[in-house]
Design a protein around this ligand. Structure first.
Ligand code: ZN
Length: 307
């Protein structure tokens, strides 16, 4: 069976957009690979993430392990605290159409990334809808049409957020960590928008864990591809498009040597939705993952879709 890999690129910060996205585009073009980019288009409040230190177990350890201050730069670390947060979408009018013209998928990664990541479960349904509507407005201004796909900041989703995705006619979401595409269930409610979860760990989760380096991460991704089922890997423009660009280039070269086929998430979603009745449903639960601070939304056990 041909190994298959979908690359999901999250863009969280203005620096990631301005520097990481063009760098990733060059490497992807060199390997003739198309990816799915998800853009946060609201204010860059990365500095506020520092305050997670007071609330979330594991945040300080993660900051140290991934060398976040050198990764993001001092200025980015001050946005939303000492400095006002600039609009990440300020880089979008030029770069987002370039991504689409190069054949990449472009979707939404929320509006205010930090607000969604830290407060989603406390936001009212109206505020959740507003976050997504603001992101859609910013997207439509630079792309001329609405986004079809939404990838939740920090893998945080809820019945409310998934209901808004359905109300706003999104084709699919990529909000959770899991194993295979499904329709998310919250309590007794089966939600209507297809979910394509991230199936692999991320580079920042593995770095420094038991002495692991970027090369160990590449080895892990390749070993998981050998199992045959399609995999979805989340990259960060600030990581793989920054200090780990060389290792990302190496990962793509090794994938090419092994005949890996790359797909855009949107194309997979369209293919799956031709027969939605055959897709499973799964509850979504909040869980801790190794190497990640706080809780993330994860796919639970698979069930057949009720007819
Ligand atoms: Zn993100």
């Amino acid at each position: 069976m041909t190994p298959r890999l979908g690359l999901k690129v999250d863009v969280d910060t203005l620096a990631g957009f301005r520097q990481g996205v063009p760098a990733l585009m060059d490497v992807l073009e060199a390997h003739q690979v198309k990816a799915s980019f998800f853009l946060a288009l609201g204010p860059d409040h990365s500095g506020r993430a520092i305050f997670r230190i007071f609330r979330q177990r594991g945040f300080l350890e993660k900051m140290w392990r991934t060398r976040a201050p050198s990764l993001y730069g001092f200025k980015t670390m001050c946005y939303g605290t000492l400095l006002p947060g600039p609009l990440i979408g300020a880089a979008a009018p030029r770069l987002a159409p370039r991504l689409a013209a190069a054949g990449h998928e472009v979707g939404l990664h929320g509006y205010d990334h930090v607000r969604w990541h830290d407060h989603l479960l406390r936001l009212s349904p109206a505020k959740v809808a507003r976050e997504i509507a603001l992101a859609q407005d910013a997207f439509a201004k630079c792309m001329g049409h609405r986004a079809l796909a939404f990838a939740a900041p920090g893998w945080q989703c809820s019945l409310t957020s998934r209901t808004v995705l359905a109300d706003q006619n999104f084709l699919y979401g990529s909000d959770t960590r899991g194993r295979t595409p499904y329709f998310p269930v919250f309590g007794d409610t089966v939600t209507a928008v297809l979910e394509i979860p991230t199936t692999l760990p991320t580079l920042d989760e593995l770095l420094g864990f038991h002495g692991c380096g970027a090369r160990d991460f590449t080895t892990l991704v390749l070993s998981r591809l050998e199992r045959g089922a399609p995999q979805v890997l989340t990259l960060h423009a600030e990581m793989e498009g920054g200090p780990f660009l060389g290792e990302f280039d190496r990962l793509l070269a090794r994938c090419r040597d092994r005949g890996v086929e790359f797909f855009r998430l949107q194309d997979w979603a369209r293919q799956l939705l031709k027969e939605p009745a055959g897709l499973p449903i799964s509850p979504v639960t909040s869980q801790r993952l190794p190497g990640r601070a706080g809780l993330v939304s994860c796919q639970g056990s698979l069930e057949a879709r009720p007819s």
